[in-house]
Design a protein around this ligand. Structure first.
Ligand SMILES: Cc1cc2nc3c(=O)[nH]c(=O)nc-3n(C[C@H](O)[C@H](O)[C@H](O)COP(=O)(O)OP(=O)(O)OC[C@H]3O[C@@H](n4cnc5c(N)ncnc54)[C@H](O)[C@@H]3O)c2cc1C
Length: 379
């Protein structure tokens, strides 16, 4: 049984890697420099099952588990963290929210399009004034007969412009009260819904990040997911799973940076021998390999708990916190091993270094992960 599962993951890793090497690797630098969000690549990924990894076959998805999902994100992110981030946001946030909390009609309508990559999904929780403190949101939805009218804005939204649909959490109750938010599915082109500024980012530049603006945006009540007031609780549950995907993203970036540095250390000669002969470099590689292995174990542990439908908040926060900090440390050491060449765009490590930093911020900063872990262990 265990062997079967490993063979299965090996196959997923190999086919995802082949895809990434063929369809992503040749364009990484161009997309990064020009901040190009390559929509067609996500459509190709959809044909491979990578845009609906967790979606049951009934709704057009690949019907795989979290361990498979982690494996696929790692392989994509080894080649380009931006594509890994967009894959994670589409699968874990938008698609998974609909999978977990919508009714059958909504599922049948939206999931096949999302799972096949025909449509790209966005998920809007963060606002200009409320990031970590997301419960304090200002975007409101006011009921008007059979409609809800949304006003406000969301920022830092992955696919906020190119997404065909967005899952949006808006306040439907009084500020600072319990259960005061609800979740809506909003299609692009709905009057009153538009994209604002696209962010010019340090890293993850091929993953589109924009504002979403709502001005008297009327949404039929059938577009709400679950019941009035359930939105914030739904969002927290979605973030638990999402954090496993950001841990996987961080792991892939770290692994990519480490492999590049290992190879370079064996090739680069100084003082008449490869720099890998120097113990200072060996110790760096040893630390990198050890921390990556620990991050991998935490990430697959969280995935395993999720697959066995066990509580996952603590494990997902630990995996996300540790893997993202490791990713930053490993990418930093990779640049150091490359020396001056690491600081140029001729080698891939400067990009790993820029991309890795997002992992300590998105879907809850490292500080917020420690708050979640602390709360869970003191329960
Ligand atoms: C590239 C990118 C993509 C993103 N995609 C999405 C998306 O698709 N959908 C979405 O909804 N959001 C998205 N986000 C938003 C992201 O989740 C937030 O940026 C993140 O949650 C942090 O919020 P903030 O930026 O407002 O920082 P703040 O909350 O202002 O935090 C600033 C600093 O204060 C610290 N801090 C805050 N509160 C506390 C506390 N109580 N205790 C200790 N320290 C604290 C933080 O850790 C951080 O160091 C994205 C962000 C980026 C950069």
């Amino acid at each position: 049984m265990i062997t079967d599962a490993l063979v299965h993951l090996d196959l997923i890793a190999q086919s995802t890697k082949d895809f990434a090497v063929r369809n992503i690797h040749p364009y990484v630098r161009e997309w990064d420099e020009a901040q190009i969000f390559p929509v067609e690549v996500f459509q190709q990924m959809g044909q491979l099952g990578l845009m609906g990894v967790l979606v049951p076959e009934l709704y057009g998805g690949a019907g795989l588990n979290y361990a498979a999902y982690v494996t696929a994100i790692v392989e994509i992110s080894k080649v380009d963290g931006s594509i890994g981030l967009s894959m994670a946001a589409h699968n874990s946030l938008c698609t998974n929210h609909i999978l977990q909390f919508s009714n059958e009609e909504q599922k049948h309508h939206y999931l096949p399009k999302l799972a096949t990559g025909e449509w790209i999904g966005a998920w809007g929780l963060t606002e200009p004034n409320t990031g970590s403190d997301a419960g304090n949101m200002r975007t409101t939805a006011i009921q008007d007969g059979d409609y809800w009218v949304l006003n406000g804005s969301k920022n830092f939204i992955t696919h906020g412009k190119s997404g065909n649909i967005a899952v949006v959490i808006a306040r439907t109750g009084e500020p600072n009260t319990r259960d005061n938010a609800s979740a809506f599915i909003i299609e692009r082109g709905t009057p009153g819904f538009s994209a604002g500024r696209k962010e010019d980012k340090l890293g993850m530049r091929a993953s589109e990040t924009t504002e979403m603006i709502f001005q008297d945006c009327r949404i039929h009540k059938s577009q709400m997911m679950g019941k009035v007031g359930e939105g914030f609780k739904q969002a927290l549950a979605i973030l638990d799973g999402g954090r496993i995907s950001i841990a996987s993203l961080a792991l892939g970036i770290a692994q990519g940076a480490y492999e590049a540095a290992l190879q370079y250390a064996k090739e680069r000669q100084q003082f008449g021998r490869p720099i890998s002969d120097f113990q200072a470099i060996q110790f760096k590689l040893a630390d990198m390999a050890t921390e990556i292995e620990a991050a991998r174990l935490l990430t697959y542990n969280a995935a395993d708990l999720k697959d066995r439908k066990q509580p996952v908040s603590k494990a997902a926060a630990m995996a996300k916190y540790y893997a993202s900090e490791v990713s930053v440390r490993v990418a930093n050491e990779a640049v150091q091993i490359f020396g001056g060449y690491g600081y140029t765009k001729d080698f891939p490590v400067e990009k790993y270094y820029r991309d890795a930093k997002l992992c300590t911020i998105g879907e809850g900063t490292s500080e917020i992960q420690k708050i979640v872990i602390g709360r869970e262990i003191l329960r």
